[in-house]
Design a protein. Structure first.
Length: 566
């Protein structure tokens, strides 16, 4: 009876079957699915290859292309067709991808030794990890070289076992080669494992530490405190970073103490709470810190001393400079004041002095009784001119006292209505012809202020209102006491003040551009502003050219204490 297939007709596939049967002899379970015939190989060979659970693929050495793979190969990687299965893709679909050099090395081992085997954690096309045992065998067919790749995927239990073994191998590698001490204890604080660095750190052999209390490695004076702390930690475990600001000490087998940093971590195993301590010897760092601290302290002391000396020198220099600047500024202001005073006096004193001189001359001419009226007229002119000169000199004296800080506030309670009435009575003889004052008060009449300073303010404002208003005009004065504030308003119907001039009203010797032909010193409003400031007052000016001016001053009465002498 002739064989079902001829080895000479299908040499490649016969070799493939022989290799797969070799794999199946190891106990691989075969499930035969419906036969799937194709044009590449006989149907029974295709069914045979697709029936095994291992993934199988054939790589042609010359082209480095995968020319065949079974159904399991596609399923374990999640490929839709053989075209997705390339060498580059196989190198990538691993937990630890292979380089092309590493790939060629694996093929070379298979050629030299006949077989290459390794446990590999693969990734499916979707990224799902799985463990598999990879076997690579080299074979020839019709003078061409091929490689048979067989991947035996592990079941879930085996994968977990392999993962645990891998994790254990990795953790052991970390444990053995870590450059810090790692100590594992159980919930009774007994040492269950240490790494080699701990033995080097403390000078013990491993069997001398196992099953011993952790306090063996801690100075005796800290035992009671440490026992309480570790019991609290077991009850409420938490990860604690290295150091956490505490000064910790350990003790070697020979009794040597040294500073350490300890970081704690915990885990559960078989219902027990275990603790892992990571210990670092920080003696060198502490010594360096001490030396650095000493250097810093010495440096800080030196810097502080030099800074103090330099600061003192700078302060003295600043003081000298400020005193010099103040002296120069005062001298400059004084010279400026003298210059302006001379300029103003030469102008302002000329008119009243000429008036006094001419009136005195005329008085000598009026000697008869019937000329008494003429004499009184000239006497009144002399009195008015003298009062004008007195006002000018008083303004200068007031400015001088303000600049020297010799003005002191003496607050007392008085009746504001009676006060304003007395000021009006005192000044009304100096008004221009037919000028009238209208005064109105609202609120409580009792106020607490410095009456002397307030009088200067009212006299200046009312005098200006009369001076810059036409004859037969009305000057309005209003006061209002409300909520601990006194508001004073003086309003005229005069020539007004331009917006530009309003910016400079309170400056010394400033006079409005439309007031140059009206006699005055330019000091009145400057004095008003300074006195208002002393009385915690604020000034507002409302004015339009040729429509009059209103000055509003608000005083806070509760800011002043009564002068006990009043």
């Amino acid at each position: 009876m002739a064989p079902i297939f001829s080895r000479h007709k299908y040499p490649f596939f016969v070799n493939l079957v022989i290799i797969l049967v070799y794999r199946l002899k190891r106990g691989v379970r075969m499930q035969v699915p419906p036969v799937n015939m194709d044009n590449t190989m006989p149907g029974f060979l295709s069914a045979f290859c697709d029936s095994v659970k291992e993934g199988a693929a054939v790589l042609e050495q010359r082209s480095q292309n995968i020319i065949f793979c079974n159904r399991s190969w596609l399923e374990i990687f999640g490929f839709d067709s053989i075209h997705e299965s390339t060498v580059v893709q196989l190198c990538k679909l691993r937990k630890m991808p292979l380089t092309m050099t590493e790939w060629q090395n694996s093929l070379a081992i298979a050629e030299q030794q006949g077989v290459f085997t390794e446990q590999v954690q693969y990734l499916s096309k979707k990224g799902d990890p799985f463990w598999g045992e990879l076997t690579i065998r080299a074979f020839k067919s019709n003078g061409s070289d091929y490689y048979l790749f067989v991947i035996d995927p592990a079941n879930k239990a085996k994968q977990e076992e392999q993962q645990i073994a891998w994790d254990k191998q990795r953790s052991n590698a970390l444990l053995e080669h870590a450059s810090m001490g790692i100590i594992e204890t159980n919930e009774k604080a007994e040492i269950v494992n240490v790494n080699p660095f701990v033995l080097k750190l403390f000078g013990y052999e491993k069997n001398e530490l196992l099953k011993k209390k952790i306090e063996l490695l801690i100075p005796v004076r800290f035992h009671s405190k440490h026992i309480k702390n570790r019991e609290d930690y077991i009850q409420h475990p938490r990860n604690r970073p290295m150091g956490v600001g505490m000064d910790l000490y350990a003790i070697k087998k020979d009794g040597t103490e040294y500073p350490v940093e300890v970081s704690l971590s915990s885990y559960h195993y078989n219902g027990n709470k275990n603790v892992i301590a990571f210990v670092s010897d920080i003696s060198i760092r502490k010594q360096a810190e001490t030396e650095i601290k000493k250097l810093n302290d010495d440096l800080e002391d030196t810097v502080e001393l030099r800074t103090h000396e330099l600061t003192h020198a700078i302060d003295q220099l600043k003081l000298s400079k400020e005193e010099l600047s103040r002296s120069l500024e005062k001298e400059k202001e004084l010279n400026d004041l003298k210059t302006k005073f001379v300029s103003m006096a030469s102008h302002e004193f000329r008119t009243p002095l000429s008036t006094v001189l001419s009136s005195a001359y005329l008085l000598q001419k009026y000697t008869t009784t019937d000329e008494q009226q003429k004499r009184e007229k000239h006497l009144q002119r002399i009195i008015s001119s003298v009062n004008m000169l007195t006002d000018i000199l008083n303004d200068f004296l007031s400015v001088g006292k303000i600049e020297e800080g010799k003005i002191h506030v003496r607050a007392a309670e008085f009746d504001i209505r009676e006060f304003i009435d007395s000021v009006i009575e005192e000044i009304q003889n100096n008004f221009r012809k037919r000028q009238k004052i209208q005064y109105d008060h609202q609120g409580n009449t009792k106020v607490i202020l410095d009456a002397s300073l307030l009088k200067h303010i009212v006299l200046n404002l009312v005098s200006n209102a009369s001076k810059f208003s036409p004859e037969a005009s009305i000057i309005e004065i209003k006061t209002e006491s409300k909520n601990g504030e006194l508001t004073l308003s003086v309003k005229d119907q005069g020539i007004g003040i331009s917006p530009e001039d309003q910016k400079h009203l309170m400056e010394r010797f400033f006079r409005g551009t439309n007031a140059t032909n009206i006699q005055g010193t330019g000091l009145g409003l400057h004095i008003v502003a300074k006195y208002a400031e002393l009385l915690n007052g604020t000034i507002k000016c409302k004015s339009e050219l040729n429509k009059g001016t209103e000055f509003l001053i608000t005083f806070e009465e509760n800011q002043h204490e009564k002068d006990p002498s009043h």
